[in-house]
Design a protein around this ligand. Structure first.
Ligand code: GDD
Ligand code: MG
Length: 356
């Protein structure tokens, strides 16, 4: 069985994190999110994966290579200009040899891919789309289906008051190879705005596969933070140990721990600092005396000065938070940024390093 994982998006809503790190390489519990997705595919027996990429592709290809270290076959296809979610599939048509999964590259879910495959075989549809229930469907592809699951309508991101259902496209599809015949070549095509609506209008059998699995699109900072809280709480089961987990757990002074936390290798934490709850430290972070880091995600090599406070913040690699600084809730600090000592950052600040 094959899968295509779409990893070409620019990750605009995660800026400044994605200015240097493409969305698939954004860490989830210190592992690039795409690695987690690929390991999940492998567990489901899918080891032949095609990855249409385009934005900062070297950061992805240099890490994964041909995938042999994961026991998988990975083929990257780089788009010179973005081809859209269906155009990206058409562009890899020559590598596809049968029914295949398609995964949006930014979705974290407990969906059982084997169960979805069984359902696809049961209905005999041309395509099966995984759906979940959403409180606000307007941010997603909204689907209407009959009691047999047959899809009657697919509307991408309708106005809030016009969504005809609360069942939304969860970004995992199982497609028969024939779907590729319906995608025009050589221009950008959206599977959500063009291909699915055209197939439905032509009376082709598309089926809904609705589950109540854990599901989140990591494409916004709030969602990225929330996903970590859900992993710590085991709402999204990733096997994180309660209290202190991570390869660097033994180096954390117990006096500094407010669990749950996850700690990378080589961190140095002052005994009177406070780390946690719901906090992840990447490799080689330094947390100074009296500093407080709560509900926050720090990537590799982040330095937090004495007495600085971070709350609900995301800090990209190599950034330095000066002594006594206050980083307001919801702030996102880019790679290598230096926040001067005693700065008070407003909530939801977005700070990127200025080009030098
Ligand atoms: N190769 C390639 N080329 N990949 C792309 C392109 C492209 O031109 N455009 C987007 N992608 C990838 C993104 O990297 C991401 O993994 C996936 O396609 C979906 O794009 P997003 O930009 O994240 O879309 P969205 O989140 O607004 O909406 C999509 O996902 C929702 C669920 O999370 C749609 O599929 C919605 O219908 C769906 O509900
Ligand atoms: Mg998305």
């Amino acid at each position: 069985m094959q899968a295509v994982v779409l990893v070409g998006g620019e990750g605009t809503r995660l800026r400044p994190l994605t200015l240097e790190t493409p969305k698939p390489m954004v860490p989830v519990m210190n592992m690039p999110f795409l690695e987690r997705t690929l390991r999940r595919l492998k567990e489901a027996g899918i080891d032949d994966v095609i990855l249409p990429a385009g934005y900062l592709p070297e950061a992805i290809t240099s890490y994964f290579g041909d995938g042999s270290w994961l026991g998988m076959r990975l083929r990257f296809v780089i788009e010179a200009t973005p081809l859209g979610t269906a155009g990206a599939l058409k562009n890899v048509e020559q590598f596809i040899d049968g029914p295949f999964f398609v995964l949006n590259g930014d979705v974290l879910t407990s969906l059982d891919l084997r169960a979805m495959l069984a359902d696809h075989q049961r209905t005999g549809g041309l395509a099966t789309i995984h759906l979940i229930h959403a409180d606000d469907p307007s941010a997603f592809g909204v689907v209407v289906h009959d009691s047999s699951g047959r899809i009657l309508d697919f509307i991408e991101k309708p106005p809030r008051d016009q969504a005809p259902s609360n069942e939304v496209n969860a970004g995992t599809y199982l497609l028969e190879r024939e779907v590729l015949d319906a995608i025009p070549a050589g221009r950008p095509v959206s599977i959500e705005r063009e291909t699915f609506p055209a197939l439905i209008a032509a009376g082709r059998p598309l089926y809904a596969y609705t589950t109540d699995d854990y599901w989140i699109d990591l494409g916004r900072p709030e969602a990225y933070l929330a996903a970590h809280r859900h992993i710590f709480d085991n709402t999204m089961p990733l096997g994180v140990v309660p209290g202190v987990d991570g390869p660097g757990r033994d180096a954390v002074p117990p006096s500094a721990v407010r669990g749950p936390i996850f700690v990378g290798n080589g961190c140095r934490i002052a005994p009177d600092a406070v780390v946690g709850p719901y906090t992840v430290l990447g490799d080689n972070c330094e947390i100074g005396p009296g500093a407080v880091v709560a509900d926050s995600l720090l990537w590799d090599g982040v330095v937090v000065g004495a007495g600085a406070h971070l709350n609900t913040a995301i800090v990209a690699s190599r950034a330095r938070i000066g002594a006594g600084a206050r980083v307001g809730a919801g702030s996102v600090i880019g790679h290598g940024v230096s926040v001067p000592a005693n700065t008070q950052l407003a909530p939801d600040a977005r700070i990127a390093a200025t080009a030098s």
